[in-house]
Design a protein around this ligand. Structure first.
Ligand SMILES: Cc1cc2nc3c(=O)[nH]c(=O)nc-3n(C[C@H](O)[C@H](O)[C@H](O)COP(=O)(O)OP(=O)(O)OC[C@H]3O[C@@H](n4cnc5c(N)ncnc54)[C@H](O)[C@@H]3O)c2cc1C
Ligand code: FES
Length: 383
């Protein structure tokens, strides 16, 4: 693991480290203080960096391990939102960190790696999300992750460790090669300190290493039975790329695992394949029958920039109608939490029920979240 920590250089006189200790009471929220300042960048692996943030005002952070924040970045004249899980633990409330893997061709992950330096300010929304062990207390956990999907489980592991909880946790992380394992040394340290915390790393191949004592291959049901013979008794949290999560779901289904004790989070943005788009266009001709006179009311939604018009039922979220019509719009949580689907409403009225993904100031300026807005009239959006 490479560790090239950069030191924090304050860029103005307002930010001082001692402010930490005098401000334990004041909590950060994106409504009060919408920017955070990057205070450290840490190289975790060859293509993964952690970015640490603090509040300029010295506020502390309150969140549940596994939750995410949304960064709002201005890149090439465009405002772009992306969600990143908080990889640090809430037990260290003075800073939060995110851990970002470069995605080949990806706009934001590469921009962060190449441009975000200590001292820079970033607009942040959140924390949000329900993928957290804090809401599913259990004596025994199984954490399954692959690639950058390790971040929420790392936050949960760090929390357990720092709280000195005596929970039985088996953490199985899959990576391409041993050199791609994020947080390998820290996980080993936690395992050394906590009697009932065990790690297993499963690597597709050994890469540049000549000696790799871990497992090579892919996670399978027989392998899981070997690593955690009692996995059927555990509360399971899974995070990773879509194919990995499907493989996990399939193997747990084969084992007959109780789905109510299975929790997962996907990092993938929802996007439509050409086949899905074709199917979507067919579906768009047959809007769902929600029943009732009001439910049959239909409104037009005009996307001014792309010059597309779609129809949206009164009881349908605009994002769902747009997807059904084959439009590719940025979205992530689809529950009004992350702000990814935020757009300016040029005209018309919506009924919006968000979960913190938009600030009151933005609502006052005519912004809406399409994933949780139903039309009350014909709409024109600036998209
Ligand atoms: C709740 C949540 C938590 C997350 N937590 C983390 C985390 O902790 N760490 C982390 O690293 N990531 C995390 N993510 C993923 C993160 O939000 C981003 O999706 C990721 O960093 C990629 O963003 P990007 O802008 O770099 O890539 P994008 O620009 O969105 O591109 C993604 C992929 O699509 C391809 N692509 C882009 N545009 C096109 C196009 N026009 N045609 C064809 N292909 C295209 C790119 O080549 C790339 O392969 C999380 C996501 C969610 C939803
Ligand atoms: S997709 Fe997350 S707020 Fe709409």
């Amino acid at each position: 693991m490479m560790r090239d920590a950069q030191t924090f250089e304050p860029q103005d006189g307002r930010l001082t480290r001692p402010a930490f200790w005098s401000a334990l009471g004041a909590r950060w929220t994106s409504d009060i203080e919408e920017t955070l300042v990057c205070c450290q960048v840490r190289q975790e692996t060859h293509d993964v960096k952690s970015f640490f943030f603090m509040s300029r005002e010295g506020r502390t952070f309150s969140f549940e391990p596994g939750q995410f924040i949304t960064l709002e970045l201005d890149i090439d004249g465009e405002t772009i939102n992306r969600c990143y899980t908080i990889s640090s633990a809430p037990t260290r409330p003075h800073t939060i960190s995110i851990t970002v893997k470069r995605v080949p061709g990806g706009k934001v992950s590469n921009w962060l790696h190449d441009n975000l330096r200590p001292g820079a300010s970033v607009r942040v929304l959140g924390p949000a999300g329900e993928f957290t062990c804090a809401r599913h207390a259990a004596g025994k956990y199984l954490f399954l992750s692959a690639g950058s999907g390790i971040t929420p489980l790392m936050s949960m592991s760090r929390s357990h460790h720092e709280l000195g909880e005596d929970r039985d946790i088996v953490f199985v992380h899959s990576a391409r090669t041993p050199d791609d394992i994020i947080f390998a040394r820290e996980l080993d340290l936690i395992a050394a300190n906590q009697q009932r915390f065990r790690t297993s790393f499963v690597c597709e191949r050994i890469g540049a290493r000549t000696n790799w004592p871990g497992i090579t291959g892919f996670l399978t049901l027989p392998l899981l039975r070997l690593i955690a013979p009692d996995f059927m008794e555990r509360e399971i949290f899974t995070c990773g790329p879509a194919p990995y999560m499907k493989a996990v779901r399939d193997l747990l289904e084969e084992a007959g695992f109780d789905r109510t004790r299975y929790h997962e989070e996907s990092f993938s943005f929802e996007s439509l394949s050409p086949a899905e788009q074709a199917a979507a266009t067919d579906d768009a001709a047959e809007p769902a029958d929600a029943g009732g006179a009001d439910a049959q009311a239909r409104f037009s939604v005009t996307f001014a920039k792309t010059r597309r018009d779609i129809e949206c039922g009164a009881h349908e979220h605009v994002l769902d109608a747009a997807k059904r019509a084959g439009l590719r719009l940025p979205s992530s949580c689809t529950q009004g939490m992350c702000g990814t689907c935020k757009v300016k409403l040029v005209s018309g009225e919506v009924d919006m029920h968000h979960n913190g993904g938009i600030r009151q100031r933005e609502i006052d300026q005519g912004m809406v979240l399409l994933c949780c807005s139903k039309p009350l009239s014909n709409l024109v959006v600036d998209k």
